[in-house]
Design a protein around this ligand. Sequence first.
Ligand code: TXA
Ligand code: MG
Length: 322
Amino acid sequence: MAIILEPTKSNFCLAAKHLQLGNLVAFPTETIYGLGADATNEEAIAKIYRSKGRPSKNPLIVHYQSILAAKEDAILNDHAILLAEKLLPGPLTLILPKRNNCRIGDVATSGLKTIAIRVPESIIALELLKEFGGPIVAPSANPSGRISPSSAIHVANMMGDKIDYIIDGGRCKFGIESTILDLSGQKPRILRQGSITQQQLEIILNQEVEDVTNFSDEQPIAPGMMYRHYAPKCDIRIGCANPQPNEALIAFGEDIPAGFKYVINLSVSANLQEAAANLFDTLFELESKNISSIATMIIPDVGLGKAINDRLSRAAQKHKTN
Ligand code: TXA
Ligand code: MG
């Protein structure tokens, strides 16, 4: 069973040594908990794919302690430099062309010519990166397809038998993954809605940013977006008309329909940031109850609401498409 570590100097040291030996360490970021490995060690990376049951076609995000460090592996263009100045460290992942001498092997990038780079703002993630002294690949610390972890206990429950250490940083500030922005083509495109909104990106770049996250598309561009995701163990349906017997409700705002066995409100004050931060925790809590399904109230599809709705629709998909 994994040991849960307090985020102390000596534990960062222990965790960094464990990574250097080619092992996995789960750690918090400001978005969700990641499952970390040495980004330059192909065997360690293979352990990530094995322990998550992740398809090899689904590449990983490489985490750096600074944008300067990321420049060793990725070619930064003007858009990347501008966004890095304004938003990094922070919950934004950039897809950029790989350098010829990129240190990150094909196992992590699934043989693509591009690389996903991220500089987290979480002090704990940054301390670990500094102590380790190199890039760390980190997918969400959940088995492929399951709910993403926003607390150390979620990681322990899902992955505790597969990893040795989990650094506990409490609940993650944003609670929903980073936004993925593809800057490798002609126009900037959002591949995954996340903690940074489309509007924030458009204001900084002073141009339209295309959203290509629609998961009904036959060929989504972020390979990971093809699969059913964020799935609780019970059924989930979007909408809250006609409560089913033994059904729970994910509510939003003050005006809540009656007739559900359990209700968890993502945000009574209809605050999207609060709702995003509560989302995965709520899914974990409801799946642990003895219910047959979860209904969800409609969340406004603006700003962070887009990321929340994206997660809920994927969780509601009945079948894996991979
Ligand atoms: O907030 C986050 O981004 C978290 C924390 C731990 O940093 N990480 C995370 O990783 O969400 P993961 O592996 O669960 O999601 C990574 C996504 C996948 O959908 C993958 O397909 C996409 O990033 N991705 C990685 N490299 C890519 C690339 N070169 N081109 C397009 N998509 C890429
Ligand atoms: Mg994930």
